[in-house]
Design a protein around this ligand. Structure first.
Ligand SMILES: [Fe+2]
Length: 312
């Protein structure tokens, strides 16, 4: 996975004088969509020392129940924060709200083609040491996987994530897989994926989805997934379950240094977090109308392989 250093945008000030933001923004979008990580030497948005201290002082006990602390911008709510007084919770909520807004400003300025179309998903704070965490297989971060969210099908939109390592000491150590287009020939003919596709064929499939949609609209905990999301969700698990792939694939190692930010499409770049703690993250859904390199999108790669449409 190539790492592209962003040397012409920083905080404060934004774009360096003399750069052509419109051209550079398109180049950065393309690099991301084609599987690069964009990495900054520092943190390209405002984050005060008091807020950083507060976040690092959270002595949350690592839990199997909550993978991290999540923030939902649409409802302005924090989940997974178990300890502390209401005052602390309010402070955390305020910090997460500000962090979320600043990453929106960052993406809007740096990746302008996305701004009119992007959809803001959850943010998270990850205070736990990732090395040696006791999590169920499907939730393990240290196994290579592509991202797919069980409760939030993207219907083909891409998953862009902005990470900041706020540790002052430890790098955040990642491993990444070869490109998505190379994973597909390895996994796409797995019987479990073929079975999923067959489940979307035949007269009863449409009826089943109509009922799922109705149930979901009525507030039941049901999710209607287009074939794309069902395939990606299974692929997420399939990669984690495959010990030979985990051990033998040509994964690259990357150390994201303390007090730096990076962004990556985690639906297309297979990744694992091996160690590190204290990371902030904001997720965006980027729909097809915003893409600069549509042929690199996982949905397009999968549609080409299966020779069928997967997003509806
Ligand atoms: Fe992930």
């Amino acid at each position: 996975m190539p790492v592209v250093k962003v040397a012409d945008y920083a905080h404060p000030g934004g774009w360096t004088q003399g750069t052509d933001p419109a051209t550079r923004a398109r180049e950065y979008c393309r690099a991301l969509e084609e599987g690069s990580v964009l990495a900054f030497d520092g943190i390209p948005y405002e984050l005060s020392e008091e807020d950083l201290e507060f976040l690092r002082s959270q002595r949350q006990s690592a839990s199997r129940f909550h993978k991290n602390i999540s923030y939902r911008p649409a409802s302005d709510t924090v989940r997974g924060f178990e300890t502390g007084a209401q005052e602390e919770k309010n402070r955390l909520q305020e910090i997460m709200r500000n962090f979320s807004r600043r990453t929106v400003d960052l993406v809007t300025a740096l990746l302008a083609p996305y701004a009119p179309h992007m959809r803001l998903d959850y943010a998270s704070y990850r205070p736990f040491e990732e090395e040696g965490r006791d999590l169920p297989l499907k939730k393990r971060n240290d196994l290579l996987h592509v991202d797919s969210f069980p409760t939030r099908p993207t219907r083909g939109s891409r998953i862009l994530r902005v990470f900041t390592n706020i540790s002052t000491e430890q790098p955040r150590k990642w491993r990444t897989t070869p490109p998505f287009s190379e994973l597909v020939p390895q996994f796409a003919e797995d019987e479990s994926l073929r079975r999923i596709l067959r489940g979307y064929e035949g007269p009863l499939a449409g009826l089943k989805r109509t009922l799922l949609r109705a149930g979901s609209a009525a507030g039941l905990p049901l999710v209607d997934r287009p074939p794309y999301d069902a395939i990606m969700l299974r692929l997420h698990d399939l990669l984690k379950e495959d010990s030979s792939f985990q051990e033998n694939t040509a994964a690259e190692s990357h150390d994201f240094q303390p007090m730096t930010t990076w962004m990556v499409y985690t639906d297309g770049v297979g990744h694992a977090v091996m160690s590190g703690k204290y990371a902030l993250e904001q997720t965006f859904f980027i729909p097809p109308e915003a893409w600069v390199a549509p042929e690199a999108a996982p949905i397009r790669v999968l549609e080409k392989h299966y020779a069928r449409e997967l997003g509806a």
